[in-house]
Ligand binder design. Structure first.
Ligand code: CA
Length: 227
């Protein structure tokens, strides 16, 4: 049984979540504040955590950092905070996904299934060499990309970006992480680099670069590769 920890101080929402999740076969513990959450998490070792950011005793981001000190279990942040800065902070602190209140239970369940599935089948096994979409193929061993049987010439920077995204299928990779890993900078004002290089990659790889299906922008946050 997949064991979940719900960290949320709104009793009505907790009740709705517990009923829905238990009906889907999850084992559910609930904590109304951060201190209780950390105590229960240490004792019960949940497989995934649903975490509200606005808690009565501490900020959810601090709960997340404390959890990340010892567990890689997926954490889905559930928050009423809409500002993209808050989302990025949560993702940079190690959240796996972010759902803005109000949300539908169907959406929550889908994101939860995806997050748990990703931990069961880790991003890519080290010996995965070929990533194939219906439009292009990426050969991680040969460091080559191809489309319709033809090799696509990529610059080293384009390749680095593509490789990070492809190695994290379905996952949001933050602008900060891409800037750090590819350019060695963290300054947010360099995000125009990202836009330029992502546009180049889409022109080379996507069938319709203005409506990308595989190299997806998450506005204000980062990018996601969808297979
Ligand atoms: Ca709250």
């Amino acid at each position: 049984m997949t064991r979940l920890l719900v960290v949320e101080d709104d009793p009505q929402l907790v009740r709705a979540l517990v009923i829905t999740l238990q009906a889907r076969g999850y084992g559910v513990d609930a904590a109304p504040d951060g201190t209780t959450a950390l105590r229960i998490a240490a004792a019960r070792r949940p497989d995934a955590v649903l975490l509200d950011l606005g808690l009565p005793d501490m900020d959810g981001t601090d709960v997340l950092r404390a959890l990340r000190g010892w567990t890689g279990a997926p954490v889905l942040v559930i928050s009423a905070r809409r500002a993209s800065g808050e989302k990025v902070a949560a993702l940079d602190a190690g959240a796996d996904d972010y759902i803005t209140k109000p949300f539908s239970m169907d959406e929550l369940l889908a994101r939860l299934r995806a997050a748990v599935r990703r931990t069961e089948t880790p991003a890519l096994t080290p010996d995965t060499v070929l990533v194939t979409t219906d439009e292009f193929t990426v050969d991680l061993a040969a460091k080559k990309a191809s489309r319709a049987g033809r090799d696509i010439r990529l610059t080293p920077t384009e390749w680095q970006l593509l490789e990070i995204l492809v190695r994290n299928p379905g996952r949001l990779v933050t602008q900060r992480r891409l800037l750090q890993d590819v350019w060695g900078v963290t300054a947010g004002n360099k995000t125009n680099y990202l836009r330029v290089y992502m546009a180049q990659l889409r022109r080379k790889l996507e069938a319709d670069p203005s409506h990308p299906r595989h190299l997806i922008t998450e506005p204000g946050m980062g990018y996601r590769f969808e297979e």
